[in-house]
Design a protein around this ligand. Sequence first.
Ligand code: CTP
Ligand code: MG
Length: 254
Amino acid sequence: MSSMSPTPAEPSPSRTAAVIPAAGRGVRLGPGTPKALRALGGTPMLIHAVRAMAASRAVTLVVLVAPPDGAAEVKNLIDGHALPERTDYVVVPGGATRQESVRLGLDALPDDVSVVLVHDAARPLVPVDTVDAVIEAVRDGAPAVVPALPLADTVKEVEPAEPGVPEPVLSTPVRVRLRAVQTPQGFDRDTLVRAHESVAVDGEGATDDAGMVERLGAPVVVVPGHEEAFKVTRPLDLVLAEAVLARRRANDGF
Ligand code: CTP
Ligand code: MG
């Protein structure tokens, strides 16, 4: 033993943190500002996402993973928008893939964090009940928890071909067994860190943290997601997001 640390009278309280990858360009949304900095209802998307995480009383730390050259701008943005008193935040620069950005966010977590949410900045409107349901399932003992919804469309696996060439269908998974997964995904911190240490970044990198935990062989469970937790990916999604915000304003106002 090289260090003598005093034995605490009781275990130190464990905290829940949210890591928000927001470093993507938003290529599918079209040219312009990085996606997470685009405005929805006049407020940048990443501010909505930070507020959605901070809305949960359990979340006392938010780690925002900013576009690599935009960390200072993002820090200023967050400083300019009120967050609950209980919520600390940290801004770190992101990486070239989502997987790397999440990893950089995990590296910034203090020791007393034991539960980690990973939430896409591109899902700005997730309701707090969904966030709380994920946290509760992790606290109840699941090492990895994913909010998800049944699919509306039937899905086919194809052999990808060049644009303009019809793609052969390989199989049609039974739709009732499929789920479209959302975020925040919730994890036992050590499990998620181990997953990120053991899965190398390959090409575009992993787009789903729970999938990396699956590769470790650890169990992953699904809880109900929410239609308002959809990801803003293409231009039509912006129209839907504005409509959801307008509906919320109308409901709050009357
Ligand atoms: N993300 C990130 N770092 C990257 C790439 C993506 O932090 N290098 C984040 C995005 O900011 C987003 C989330 O991961 O909040 C989900 O990614 P996606 O919806 O694919 O966003 P983009 O990668 O920005 O969009 P696109 O793939 O259309 O470029
Ligand atoms: Mg992407």
